[in-house]
Structure formats: C-alpha cells, structure tokens
Design a protein around this ligand. Structure first.
Ligand code: SAM
Length: 252
C-alpha cells in the first residue's frame, strides 16, 4: 500500500482524511473551480425525491448530504473519519451523522430509498464489497448516484495531467496531510474508468446503470437502480447485467 500507487489500507485512508479535514472544503473548491457544487446538485436531482430516506455514504465534510437534505430528503451521512464528520456536523443539525464503515454499513437491508457517494468509492479498500453494501441497504427500486473523478480523453487530457499530476501534488507539499495530494492523482490513475465502473456496479446487483461525464470529462456521474429482489441470487445477477452506458455528452 502506498500513496504513490494510489492504494492505501482503510486505516491509512481514515488517517489521511482526518489530517486533511481542515483544508478539504477549500481544496475541493479550488481544484474544481467551484464546479463541485453543480455536480453535487446534479447527482442529488437524479436520485432524491422529497421525503426519501437517503444515505450519503463516505459523506466526508457533508456537502452532498446537505444538498440531499435541501432537496427534501431525510438524510443519514456516514463516514469513518471523525474529523471529516466533525466538519459535516457543523453544516446541519438535522442530518443524522454516523461514524461507520461503508464496507459494513450499520443499517438494515432495504432501509433507504436512495444513496449517494461523492468521490468516495475510489477510496474503498474493497470497491466491489462497498457496491454490494449499497445494493443491500437500498429498497427494491431504490437509486444510487456515484460521483467520481475520471481521466478525460481528448484535448483536455494534457491540461488535466499538468493540473492533477503535477500542480496538485505540488500544492500538497505546503498543506497539512500533503501526501494526500500525491495519493489523489495516483488513485484516479488506478481506478476503473466509467465503463468498467458501470460493469462493476451491474455485477454488484445494480440495474440500468448509466453515466454522464461532467467537468469536461474529468468527473463521471453514475446512476443506477436496485431491481426487484428475487429469491435466487443468480437470477438477480443475470437481470442486473444490463448496462445502459454513457447517456450524455460531456458537460461542465
Ligand atoms: C474524497 S472524500 C469525499 C467526501 C464527500 N463525499 C465529498 O463529496 O466531498 C472521501 C471520504 O470517504 C471516506 N471513506 C473512505 N473509505 C471509507 C469507508 N470504508 N467507510 C466510511 N468512510 C470512508 C473518507 O473518510 C472521506 O471522508
């Protein structure tokens, strides 16, 4: 496990987010030129309806959970980093903030109408187990939205590389927990691209998996549904292997 290859144990990930919690929101705004707010709004609009019980897994400092609450959801935000959660708590007194592990969610099967994960799945020690946990806690017909950084193709690619592979790690040299900004681009490099992530989501049990690219192709928003729960797990898997692919163009 190492920062340079973008793979860390769960304990290392938790420690890293505890250290960068004080600068996390500012770095997000700077690195995305404020576009992350729009991406969060889009993600929430895809899956959350007023009155829904919503899980924001890997909620970090809580911005996606707050957006889901603004949309009328009854929201639970879960993260394993106490310092990230402390920041989240200061943003809403009505969201239920839970310290817990996304790989062993402390919730009953089928408890939620919707789930969101913002820039979290890339950090899971076992991605497929994390996706299966989301399927488990969603009801039949429940929806998930996953936002994740992805490597753009085409003309933006060299700019992304300069920004992400050179400038972001340099900025990390002067920030608390700066190694995180070496881990960030490395973890994006080794993470599955949007088509592969769609396939993994389908394999975990999601149906109608589709994605659109945002931020000039630097971010993928995957949306999917949990199908009717069938008696035989084999039947669920077979019907889940229906992927709708990239439904949109590339947008800001
Ligand atoms: C990049 S931050 C994203 C925070 C937030 N969702 C956002 O959109 O800004 C990733 C978060 O995932 C959390 N995380 C990673 N693995 C986790 C796990 N197994 N269980 C719970 N939280 C986890 C980290 O603590 C961190 O707060």
């Amino acid at each position: 496990m190492s920062y340079h290859v973008g793979r860390l144990t769960a304990d290392e990930v938790r420690g890293m987010f505890d250290r960068i919690a004080p600068v996390y929101d500012v770095m997000n705004r700077v690195m995305t030129a404020g576009l992350d707010r729009r991406w969060r709004r889009l993600a929430v609009r895809e899956v959350v309806w007023p009155g829904d019980r919503v899980l924001d897994a890997c909620c970090g400092t809580g911005d996606l959970a707050v957006e889901a609450e603004r949309r009328g959801g009854r929201v639970v935000g879960l993260d394993f980093s106490s310092r990230m959660l402390a920041r989240a708590r200061s943003k809403s007194g009505t969201i239920e903030w839970v310290q817990g592990d996304a790989l062993a969610l402390p919730f009953e099967a089928g408890e939620f109408d919707a789930a969101t994960v913002g820039f979290g799945v890339r950090n899971l020690e076992d991605l497929e187990a994390g996706l299966r946990e989301l399927v488990r806690v969603l009801r039949s017909g429940g929806k998930v939205a996953v936002l994740e950084i992805t490597r753009p193709r085409g003309i933006l690619r060299p700019f992304f590389r300069l920004w992400f592979d050179v400038l972001v790690p340099l900025a990390g040299k002067v920030l608390p927990g700066g190694k995180a900004y070496t881990y960030l681009p490395a973890s994006v490099r080794r993470f599955p691209g949007p088509d592969d992530l769609s396939a993994l989501m389908a394999r975990a049990g999601f149906q109608d998996v589709r994605y659109r690219l945002l931020g000039g192709g630097t971010v993928a928003l995957h949306v999917a549904t949990v199908g009717a729960r069938l008696a035989s797990p084999g039947a669920t898997q077979a019907s889940a292997l229906r992927i709708e692919g990239n439904i949109g163009g590339v947008e800001a």
